[in-house]
Design a protein around this ligand. Structure first.
Ligand code: M6R
Length: 606
């Protein structure tokens, strides 16, 4: 994940910025850079690789100046070269950026026509050129930045310096976290409080859509509509911890809110976003000959695998055998030597999944693991790994690891489809662009969080809750039920909507809320019939959808309408409301959200 640091100070800042960037190293990066304002002029030093390379560069060029920005970059648009490293700048503007600018190509085309000369392959550089253009056209620096921000589409965090403005930094947050830190005559900005811990423990977290004008005296924060807003100033304990809760009450809430950022980073490692192409690492099988895949995982990771089964079938033409690892390991599954087995695990240490992996290896299978911890046993014992870049997940209930697993598996399915000749270039472009839009849509859903409160009150009074879904919404129903039961202790079950009549319908009466996950796709009508069956028996329907479909007189207890998205990414978007529902219901009930009773984060025993 990229990291951002900025300081408007009273003494030279370059070394302090590197020190703060070092605290963001845990997020992973492949190049780094610093820009300062020295006597009003923008300077810059960048280096490929680790921070020690940047330090070596800084010892040669010695950047002065009391105002500066720094960045650690995890490559998204363009290779991890010095040329693509941040800050990106013109003679007037320097910028560091975290996230993806989705509409960068059209903005770039306009800027090239205007006469801008680009020196990197990044999406970020358009920001420096666009603000420069507006300044050249007569706008003040703040207005130029404001106009630029309004034109950007995507999920991002930014810090911007302007030539000649040593007491000014403009920062913005849309989907990627950003914290402002307050010192004595100094102001700071960082991707998280951990970066700012050497300077201050007095922090304000920006909310999505916020942008702020920083000076040495503090910050003026504005929201999406340009209204000045007061965000709480809080004391952080990040000085002593490598992970903290930010401005959230629980790690789970923080991790839910990190999803636009971590999904974007994970996507960046399996896709060339500028080219809208999937880029997979080498896999230990001949993909053209591959016709079957075996998947094993536990819990939430298993549900990620269930969703991926639909994708592997649809996009890669692969038959999929998927099982819960604790069952798989004791079945006598006939495994063809040289076949491919896939394992999915946040921790990479889950005993049953590890045993399934060892069983497959012993049967001559090639093994690939989707893991979040690259040093884990599963990562070490697999023939290849696809690493999710969710960062440390502390809450026992898995959230961001799940959506990062999904985006990884979607890339794998599309990449295999391309290699097998089932997906042409146009289709690949369409599917990758759908994935690129996910962080922005997730950020939109997170801004709807208040709408979920009334539903959580309904759920908190229930003894049993049913979740229904069809297609890829079925595993989301299973995941929603698991989330609710593990942190609120309310009994919940997920069912395929078509199974309702085969048994679960007997449970329905006016005391049973039924959460229906129903994107407006070709299966919606079928699910609508199931909702009518539920309504006829007095069930309270809570509909999660993404379209304003005709309800034909159907009475709903509640309805949440998410932004409409490409069918490929429905599960990535619908994962968020079921997480939010579980989280707020548990908070309302006063349970131990991050460490629910009887559960361990990583189940390393059978
Ligand atoms: O570390 P893993 O992904 O292998 O863990 C698998 C399950 O134990 C895990 O997903 C569990 O179901 C979570 N508590 C769900 O929120």
């Amino acid at each position: 994940m990229c990291g951002i640091v900025g300081i408007i100070g009273t003494k030279p800042v370059a070394d302090a910025i590197v020190e703060a960037l070092r605290r963001l190293e845990y997020r992973g990066y492949d190049s780094a850079g610093v820009s300062t304002l020295e006597n009003g002029r923008l300077t810059r030093a960048r280096a490929e690789g680790k921070l020690r390379n940047l330090e070596a560069r800084l010892s040669e060029v010695q950047l002065g100046g009391h105002t500066g920005i720094g960045h650690t970059r995890w490559a998204t648009h363009g290779a991890p070269t010095e040329q693509n490293a941040h800050p990106h700048m013109t003679s007037k503007v320097a910028v560091v950026h975290n996230g993806i600018i989705e509409n960068f190509q059209e903005l770039k085309d306009d800027l090239v026509a205007y006469g801008a000369v680009f020196s990197s392959e990044t999406d970020t550089e358009i920001i420096a050129h666009l603000i420069t253009r507006y300044i050249e056209e007569g706008a003040t620096p703040i207005d130029a930045a404001r106009r630029c921000l309004k034109e950007l589409s995507g999920a991002f965090a930014l810090a911007i310096l302007i030539e000649g403005q040593e007491n000014l930094m403009i920062v913005a947050r849309q989907g990627s976290p950003l914290a402002i830190g307050y010192g004595d005559g100094e102001t700071f900005v960082g991707s998280d409080a951990i970066a700012l811990a050497p300077f201050t423990n007095t922090i304000t977290y920006l909310e999505d859509g916020d942008w702020a004008v920083l000076t040495r005296d503090g910050a003026e924060i504005r929201d999406l509509e340009d209204r000045i807003v007061n965000r709480p100033v809080q004391k952080t304990i990040a000085t002593t911890l490598l992970v903290d809760k930010g401005n959230h009450r629980h790690f789970m809430a923080k991790e839910i809110h990190e999803q636009p950022e971590v999904v974007s980073h994970t996507l960046s490692s399996f896709a060339d976003i500028a080219e809208a192409r999937i880029v997979l690492p080498d896999l230990p099988v001949d993909i053209e000959k591959l016709d079957r895949l075996t998947i094993s995982a536990c819990g939430t990771a298993y549900y990620a695998g269930l969703i991926a089964k639909y994708w592997f079938e649809t996009y890669a033409g692969l038959g999929v055998e998927i099982d819960i690892a604790s069952e798989f390991r004791y079945r006598n599954v006939p495994l063809k030597s040289g076949g491919l087995s896939l394992f999915i695990s946040q921790s990479g240490e889950t005993a049953d999944t590890l045993a399934a992996l060892r069983h497959c290896k012993a049967s001559g299978q090639k093994t690939v693991s989707v893991v979040n911890v690259p040093q884990s046993t599963m990562a070490r014992e697999s023939d290849a790994i696809l690493q999710t870049l969710a960062g440390p997940e502390i809450g026992v209930a898995s959230t961001k690891a799940f959506t990062c697993q999904l985006v990884t598996l979607a890339c794998l399915a599309i990449g295999l489809g391309v290699k097998k000749g089932l997906i042409d270039r146009d289709r690949e472009r369409e599917l990758v662009n759908a994935l690129v839009s996910v962080p922005r849509h997730m950020s939109h859903v997170l801004q709807m969080e208040d709408q979920f409160e009334d539903i959580c009150h309904i759920l908190s009074k229930a003894r049993d809750v049913l979740y229904l879904g069809r297609g890829t919404a079925f595993p989301i129903a299973l995941e929603g039920a698991l989330k609710l039961k593990e942190i609120s202790y309310i009994h919940a079950e997920g069912y395929a909507a078509g199974e309702l009549k085969h048994g679960p319908i007997a449970l329905i009466d006016e005391n049973v809320p039924i959460v229906v996950v129903a994107p407006g796709d070709e299966l919606y009508e079928k699910t609508h019939s199931n909702m009518q069956e539920v309504a006829a028996r007095g069930g309270q329907i809570i509909l999660l959808t993404d379209q304003d479909m005709e309800q034909n007189g159907l009475e709903l207890a509640a309805k949440i309408t998410l932004p409409p998205t490409h069918p490929l990414v429905h599960p990535l978007i619908f994962a968020l409301p079921v997480q939010i529902l579980a989280y707020h219901t548990a908070v309302f009930m006063g349970t131990d959200v991050d460490q629910p009773r009887n559960l361990a984060k990583s189940v390393t025993v059978e």
